[in-house]
Design a protein around this ligand. Structure first.
Ligand code: NAD
Ligand code: MG
Length: 287
């Protein structure tokens, strides 16, 4: 690639997007993540664990000694199988749970199936999410847009979390996925950004409710990360400059976000950390 070529060539996919067509291929830590038993014996459900940040978290969790169930949309089967391959290669169990979490029964069944097949649940990562960039006016946001974004990012979050809390016990934890958009919202993501601010509020409030049960609730707020969500939901010209406006001057890779999830999920490393949001933003402020 010539020096002046953009790090990310203009490209576009239909949502939800797949990993294989992405140029360059994202780094999920396949060749770099080294585990040290920090999640030994834990059982985790990661929604949206097929690709992007969720895949990097699945790989890291497995190498830290956790068994992993992943939720994803049926059309993402090929990505889910690739994630599963890495979890098995780490010597851990993997459970594949295709289903559209915008359906309440599917959301509840996803948790029930994860619990049944993992033999319990210790960590929930609420990572599934959807955005669609559009022209900058609120007038462009349709009811169908709202249904897709709010049901995926908020309704499913409530349903999955309610179901998981029937099984999480002392030492268990929940890690939600916020965004830099909760702090520095883009006008093109008006609806999505508002769901991420809501997820921050949900995180601190739920932490207050379940703390007495010994359950911790935190969130990770990523900045611009190279995942299928980006080519599937941003205009191609935005992709060429993706991440250039951060203090570090570049987009992050999923592999660079996963360690934040490992930390927050670890009952020893983060045993007294609850109700907080950890930014992994390339330097953009999250306070
Ligand atoms: P991604 O496309 O790889 O992951 C999102 C996943 O959400 C999909 O793989 C899909 O399986 C799942 N999903 C979406 N709608 C669903 C539905 N209706 N039912 C079930 N699953 C559904 O992209 P990603 O960037 O890794 O996204 C993961 C999380 O990170 C999202 O919550 C996103 O909002 C958040 N995030 C991403 C960035 C970024 O720059 N990539 C920045 C901040 C926050
Ligand atoms: Mg995906």
């Amino acid at each position: 690639m010539p020096d002046d070529a953009p790090a990310f060539p203009a490209q576009q996919q239909e949502p939800p997007g797949l990993t294989a067509p992405m140029d360059p291929a994202p780094d999920h830590g396949e060749t770099s993540y080294r585990g040290s038993g920090r999640l030994a014996g834990l059982r985790a459900l990661i929604t949206g664990g097929d690709s992007g940040i969720g895949r990097a978290v699945a790989i890291a969790f497995a190498r830290e000694g956790a068994d992993v169930a992943i939720g994803y949309l049926p059309e993402e089967q090929q990505d889910a199988e690739e994630t599963a391959r890495w979890v098995r290669q780490a010597g851990r169990e993997v459970v594949l749970l295709p289903g559209d979490l915008r359906e309440e029964q599917v959301a509840r069944d996803t948790v029930a199936d994860a619990v049944a097949r993992l033999g319990g649940l210790d960590v929930l990562v609420n990572n599934a999410g959807f955005q669609m960039a559009r022209r900058s006016s609120i007038a462009d946001v349709t009811t169908d847009d709202l249904d897709r974004v709010l049901k995926t990012n908020l309704y499913a979050l409530f349903w999955v979390t309610q179901a998981a809390l029937e099984h999480l016990g002392e030492g268990g934890s929940i890690v939600n996925v916020s965004s830099i958009q909760a702090y520095q919202p883009s006008t093109s993501l008006l609806d999505y950004a508002s769901t991420k601010a809501a997820i921050n509020n949900f995180t601190v409030n739920l932490a207050a409710e379940v703390g007495a049960r010994g359950i911790r609730v935190n969130a990770v707020a990523p900045g611009p990360i190279w995942t299928p969500l980006q080519p599937a939901t941003q205009p191609p010209e935005k992709i060429e400059a993706f991440g250039a406006d951060t203090p570090l001057g570049r987009a992050g890779q999923p592999a660079e976000v996963a360690p934040a999830f490992v930390f927050l999920a670890s009952p020893t490393d983060a045993g007294y950390v609850s109700g907080t949001v950890l930014g992994v933003t390339g330097g953009k402020p999250v306070f």
